[in-house]
Ligand binder design. Sequence first.
Ligand code: GLU
Length: 462
Amino acid sequence: MTAQNLPSEPEFEQAYKELASTLENSTLFQKKPEYRKALQVVSVPERVLQFRVVWEDDAGNVQINRGFRVQFNSALGPYKGGLRFHPSVNLSILKFLGFEQIFKNALTGLNMGGGKGGSDFDPKGKSDNEIRRFCVSFMTELCKHIGQDTDVPAGDIGVTGREVGFMFGQYKKIRNQWEGVLTGKGGSWGGSLIRPEATGYGVVYYVDHMIKHASGGKESFVGKRVAVSGSGNVAQYAALKVIELGGSVVSLSDSQGALVLATEEGSFTAEEIEQIAAIKVERKQIAELASTAAFSSKFKYIPGARPWTNIVGRIDVALPSATQNEVSGEEAKALIAAGCKFIAEGSNMGSTQEAIDVFEAHREANQGGAAIWYAPGKAANAGGVAVSGLEMAQNSSRVSWTREEVDSRLKGIMEDCFNNGLATAKEYVPSAEGSLPSLVAGSNIAGFTKVAEAMKDHGDWW
Ligand code: GLU
């Protein structure tokens, strides 16, 4: 990993170090020293594609963006992972996301490899026609490299059902094949019910297990005050599920600022979340709603801020659901000081390494406060890609399952994901007496060993 001739890839190096350090600090390498070789091999992508995307804006100008697909690991199944359209996208970010995706997908128990892709295209401020022309151009190249048994992309930041539709249409035209090459499709043309809701619902199902396990079954989301960041697909459905389960949502945010309850009582309502969802479809900012009479009388809007240090009153649960590195070490301390006992990432690598270190240092209750449960994105947000896996299964067998069927499978997968992380932590991670098991280490080890074993069977390392 420290080869001299490699370009600096800060986000990827952060994701690699986070995984490697948890393996290193466990008993895994003592029990299986050969896994050090597997770690070296798994951390290099099987293939990286980079291509030019030229498209025409509404004024008739030529626009140029970079397109990428990182086909990271196919030991467990076809490469699987989303596409991100955001101006920050570069190879380091996509390698970190693809790397996380390998182990996340392994934790779902479904047969999916890991990949990620996207573009530095910025959907903000673009017309629907511009987005369509960009998607068509992007897929004109990407379609040469993907397929239902090769690589199955989906959405991520900046890619919703609308973009998936435009890309699916172009794939179908060029390849003359209707196949489940993308997930997150529209319900009437092969998409799975519950896929839009799955990541957010899944995070909340996961936390429900954390709360029940921590309280010996006595507590639930009822009465819990939940700070959520973000206002995209993950944050919206996490917030709605929290409300459905009897909790209060005390914040949401976007890249421009945070919207928090102005008093210690109450919650966002489902209707308010629907209003935020509606402006997000139009690619508008929360600030526009925050200034209306209905919102400004109930909420405080803090421009340029994240919610964590701005919540009024107690926090029980924090669900970072915006983007990577959205909780700093200082913000992690502030969350704990506000009473937060459960942190679970709806976003990928939502916490900085400093924040993880703060949470992990509080697995012992005797540090002047309650013990902290921290779940990394690769476990807590696996519900999205899990239902993508269920969409692939439905497409292959040419059937559609009911909402109830998909939701109950999602619940089962999130429960397994939690139990697997917990049991693996108990087996491999030395913990002080009275300290909680490390879900981050347990999940990393469980995902890694599954992939490493399959790679060994394939002769990828020996
Ligand atoms: N982008 C989502 C993730 O980070 C979903 C990927 C998928 O459904 O393939 O897991």
